[in-house]
Design a protein around this ligand. Structure first.
Ligand SMILES: Nc1ncnc2c1ncn2[C@@H]1O[C@H](COP(=O)(O)OP(=O)(O)OP(=O)(O)O)[C@@H](O)[C@H]1O
Length: 351
């Protein structure tokens, strides 16, 4: 990783592609969570990934980081296709944080960062067990690097605290420091400001700019639109697993399809709209066929109903006529009377 100096100078930006996802598709049984998504992240860029709940953003992240093996498509990092294995992806240079914080809660802040460092330490098992000079030197270097990262996120004074005792916003920052410990060239952040207050969100924004200025490309999922449009050079919007649009912040935030997707309003050419229309047409057809089949029966049912009504009318006109229901009604009335009596008597006894 580059030195820790942070600047706001982005003139050194190049168009070197760091991440290239091509036609990534992920199916879970009959559900296509991600459908043919292409995405590039270039060196020096902060790219945002937005979309309504369930749009497939986290599933896409999981495909990029080897947690899921995409059903179709490929993911390359700096021109090399990545093997779908999380530790190999980390070794290659991609680090990530999770939507639900995943820290080692009973370990210290420093230990959590050291865990993130292990892919970059070369000392083997025997060296570690025997704690030879090589191991001690490597351990000291790792600790120095971890402390540097803690200073970077402003948590050096809490190095010996247990992770579980940190406030929520600091836990999120610690997760970022742990990801940075693997010296990535690209970091994927899954909702880094979730649960943060506005001040913490602002600080997170500064932290991400600083990470970019260290030479690490960033791909970030967020629901906070103000945060994303302020932060990102480019934004891609997923809807129902498909990439709806990709462009600069102003292009994306002004796009009425994006607004409609967030408000749940259907729009022309909406991803999945053709499939929905097909299913709706098939359902309407099936309903119409069922109705047509049921029609003669319905007509037949209608006649006796008319007769019954006529009979009932006759009965109304002949109140003296015996009815089978009458004794049952009498019995019910008697039973009601009995139960009322018994309740009353019980209440009386109780009193
Ligand atoms: N392991 C899984 N098995 C089956 N379905 C899954 C699995 N993971 C995700 N899904 C489904 O895939 C779809 C996309 O989910 P995903 O979590 O990727 O969306 P998201 O855009 O990250 O949503 P959110 O913004 O709410 O986090 C959803 O319908 C979800 O239920």
């Amino acid at each position: 990783m580059n030195d820790m100096t942070t600047t706001t100078d982005t003139t050194t930006k190049t168009k070197t592609t760091v991440l290239e996802a091509k036609g990534v598709t992920m199916r879970f049984g009959g559900l296509t969570a991600v459908k043919g998504v292409d995405l590039q992240v270039n060196a020096g860029e902060i790219v945002g990934l937005i979309g309504p709940n369930g749009a497939g953003k986290t599933t896409f992240f999981n495909c990029l980081t080897g947690l899921y093996v995409p059903t179709e498509g490929s993911v390359s990092y700096k021109g090399k296709v990545l093997p779908p294995k999380p530790h190999r992806v980390t070794e290659a240079g991609i680090a990530r944080t999770f939507q639900n914080i995943r820290l080692f809660h009973n370990m210290t802040v420093m230990e959590n960062v050291l865990v993130g460092r292990h892919t970059r330490t070369k000392e083997g098992l025997w060296s570690a067990l025997l704690r030879g000079p090589g191991f001690k030197k490597a351990e000291a270097a790792s600790e120095a690097r971890a402390m540097e990262l803690l200073e970077f996120i402003g948590l050096e004074h809490k190095a010996e605290h247990l992770a579980k005792n940190l406030p929520y916003g600091e836990q999120r920052k610690l997760e970022i420091a742990r990801a940075l410990a693997s010296d990535p060239g690209l970091i994927l952040l899954d909702e880094p400001t979730a649960g943060m207050n506005p001040q913490e969100t602002r600080a997170a924004e500064e932290l991400i700019f600083a990470i970019r200025d260290m030479g690490i490309a960033v791909l970030v999922i967020e629901h906070d639109m103000r945060f994303i449009f302020n932060l990102c050079d480019r934004v891609a919007c997923l809807v129902q697993g498909e990439k709806l649009i990709e462009g600069t912040a102003s292009e994306v935030q002004g796009d009425e399809r994006v607004i409609a997707a967030y408000l749940g309003t259907p729009f022309e050419g909406e991803p999945g709209a053709a499939e929905v229309a097909e299913v709706e047409a098939a359902e309407a057809h099936a309903e119409a066929a069922a109705e047509a089949e049921a029609e003669p029966e319905a007509a037949a049912d209608a006649e006796p109903e008319t007769e019954t009504e006529a009979e009932a009318a006759d009965e109304d006109e002949a109140p003296a006529a015996d009815s089978d229901d009458a004794p049952a009604a009498d019995a019910e009335a008697e039973a009601d009377a009995d139960s009322t009596t018994s309740t009353t008597s019980t209440e009386g006894e109780a009193k």
